[in-house]
Design a protein around this ligand. Structure first.
Ligand SMILES: Nc1ncnc2c1ncn2[C@@H]1O[C@H](COP(=O)(O)OP(=O)(O)O)[C@@H](O)[C@H]1O
Ligand SMILES: [Mg+2]
Length: 272
């Protein structure tokens, strides 16, 4: 596992999440995120990544779901099944997969909405300078409506509004979704720079393993609601199945179908 001596900032312990009292989407996963790390949670569509972020950010209730087993600890405090506003107050901020920006507000108005919810935090007050410093392109479209932004600009605005909430832990759901590879790379690198300069921690959910592992300090791979593999980025990148199914580097002739790999996984577990 993700080993160092200090206690994790976020510790998900054997968490199970159930939708509508019947559908178990996450089955006993454990994840550790240490201060100032970028941890990637990888997996294909339907693996349970968004559900995990909803559990951490407190937004499960909206979808009629609950943490039914296990714990989520943030700085030692249990936060599972707590309401989102209390979790946000602790410094956990989500950049969601969808509905990230207000389409009918300008870039600047979107930023103002976020800035206005920061009551108790004094640093960076009334200033978007540090945002425009990182995302110069946003400055150039500051009067444009959210609905007219490009995919990359939308993502930048979404990250920016989250940053204005002064996160201790930033949860990012599919930064790469729908973006060209070059934009993804640029955004990932920028996220890492901002993390380092502003000093916060990131849990990054991604289907794009290559992009995420490029900046992550540690990674977990999720399948069907379980963590099937974890390790440092080099270890994950060198794993054959991950190369084939997440990084697209498998040899064509020998490339197995996704189902075959699942079959293989059933008979030979990556770890218990
Ligand atoms: N609102 C919901 N109601 C019922 N089931 C859901 C809901 N959202 C997600 N699920 C189910 O939970 C599982 C995990 O989904 P999700 O967390 O969105 O995966 P990922 O983000 O990895 O694509 C899927 O089987 C999905 O169908
Ligand atoms: Mg998702």
């Amino acid at each position: 596992m993700n080993e160092t001596n200090d206690k994790p900032l976020l510790h998900i312990e054997k968490m199970e999440v159930v939708y509508h009292n019947v559908l178990t989407a996450v089955q006993g996963i454990s994840i550790e995120v240490r201060e100032n790390q970028i941890v990637a949670l990888l997996g294909t569509n339907g693996a349970g990544k968004t559900t995990t972020l909803r559990a951490v950010s407190g937004f499960l209730g909206i979808d009629d779901a609950k943490v039914t087993e296990g714990l989520i600890r943030f700085r030692g405090d249990e936060i599972q099944n707590r309401p989102p506003h209390l979790i946000t107050q602790k410094g956990i901020v989500l950049v969601p997969e969808q509905d990230k920006v207000f389409d009918n507000l300008t870039v600047e108005e979107n930023l103002q909405v976020s800035a206005s919810v920061r009551k108790d935090r004094t640093s960076r007050e009334n200033s978007y300078d540090f945002i425009f410093n990182y995302f110069a392109v946003l400055a150039s479209v500051r009067n444009r409506l959210g609905g007219y932004l490009s995919g990359g600009e939308r993502q930048m605005l979404s990250i920016s509004t989250a940053l204005l909430c002064n996160p201790l832990l930033l949860l990012v759901d599919e930064l790469s979704l729908g973006l060209a590879p070059i934009i993804v790379e640029e955004l990932m690198n920028l996220l890492k720079t901002i993390r380092t300069e502003q000093g916060f921690t990131v849990l990054l959910v991604e289907q794009n393993a290559l992009g995420a592992l490029g900046i992550a300090d540690y990674g977990y791979v999720m399948e069907n609601g379980r963590i099937v593999f974890d390790g440092d980025p080099n270890r994950l990148r060198s794993h054959q199945d991950i190369q084939e199914f997440y990084l697209g580097q498998g040899e064509r002739e020998t490339r197995k179908s996704y189902r075959e790999v699942k079959q293989y996984r059933r008979t030979r577990r990556w770890y218990g």
